[in-house]
Write a protein that binds this ligand. Structure first.
Ligand code: NAP
Length: 290
């Protein structure tokens, strides 16, 4: 039975829009299952209200917050300390309230890497091909490089994100031993060559979310390639369907969603998220919204 009292602590999501998020269900289910007297709510914030809401973490003594679009970059400037991954990415998705001191983290990349490890995908020392250069791709690029992936090939359209990830690669070359190559998505011969040399292909673009398009011709997908798509709605994008048909191991974005939340939960509570309880609740809710 759900309990709430004068002692109940609050964690929250700050975003715009925020009301569609699965995080309140995921985190409140986790707090209850772990016996932690806390709840999690979503706040849809205007740009004007966002800095006040950040200050409220201190004044209302919140456990912490998740930050989503469009405030991940702004949050970096409003916290007292930032961890290495968030600093490199230039975006904060989790804030921990440490007795009034706000510490910024980015759990997206770590969540992705945990979701790979959970599926027995070994990435340290391996070559990865990454499609996309937006917020999620940048988070994965940073964490994969920090976690010891040997080589990362990035493909994106020529766009502001392309320029951003080029600059990020330069920063990562200073602090990791990972090798990077950046290509335009239109370079299909290079795409075929780089996928052929990779053990892991990751779609971190939004292609496949609202259409049945895929950026990768099916003939580039082979049995011993692991194919991950960050999209979890639909559960099987056209890319994953084609990869599965060719005998490849496929992984959708549900694991990343769960593990980025689990990383935040651990930062706020010091405890592991009870994944066995939370995962089926989240899966059911995602299916209902499909
Ligand atoms: P974002 O910052 O808006 O980036 C979108 C990316 O998709 C960019 O690289 C963009 O390329 C590319 N793209 C969009 N339309 C394209 C097209 N028609 N052809 C080629 N490339 C295209 O978004 P994001 O936050 O990185 O999210 C990317 C995807 O990951 C979304 O589907 C999102 O739902 C998913 N995601 C999942 C999780 C999870 O927990 N599972 C977490 C975060 C994100 P340009 O730079 O050329 O525009």
């Amino acid at each position: 039975m759900f309990k709430i009292s004068g002692q109940t602590k609050l964690a929250a999501l700050y975003a715009q829009p925020a009301r569609h998020s699965f995080s309140p269900l995921m985190q409140t289910t986790a707090f209850q299952a772990a016996g932690i007297d806390a709840i999690y709510l979503s706040f849809d914030l205007t740009a004007e209200k966002f800095p006040h809401a950040m200050e409220a973490i201190r004044s209302l003594d919140l456990l912490g917050v998740n930050i989503s679009m469009p405030y991940k970059q702004k949050a970096l400037t409003l916290v007292d300390e930032v961890d290495q991954a968030a600093q490199l990415i230039g975006a904060v998705n989790t804030v921990v309230n440490q007795k009034g001191k706000l510490i910024g983290y980015n759990t997206d990349g770590a969540g992705f890497m945990k979701s790979m490890a959970e599926q027995a995908v070994e990435s340290p020392g391996k070559e990865l091909t990454l499609l996309g250069a937006g917020g999620a791709a940048q988070a994965i690029l940073v964490q994969a490089a920090l976690d010891g992936v040997r080589k990362i090939n990035v493909f994106n359209r020529p766009s502001p994100n392309y320029q951003k990830i080029a600059a990020l690669i330069e920063r990562l070359e200073q602090v990791t031993t990972c090798e990077f190559q950046l290509f335009e998505l239109a370079e299909q011969t290079k795409l075929a060559e780089k996928i052929a040399g990779s053990t892991l292909l990751v779609n971190a673009t939004s292609v496949g979310m609202t259409t049945s398009d895929s950026l990768v011709p099916p003939e580039m997908l082979r049995r011993d390639l692991v194919v991950a798509d960050l999209i979890y709605q639909p559960q099987q994008t056209a890319l994953l369907q084609a990869a599965k048909a060719n005998g490849a191991q496929t992984i959708n974005g549900l694991g990343m969603l769960l593990h980025q939340g689990a990383e935040a939960f651990k930062l706020w509570t010091g405890q592991s998220m009870p994944l066995a309880v939370v995962r089926p609740v989240l899966e059911k809710q995602i299916k209902m919204k499909e």
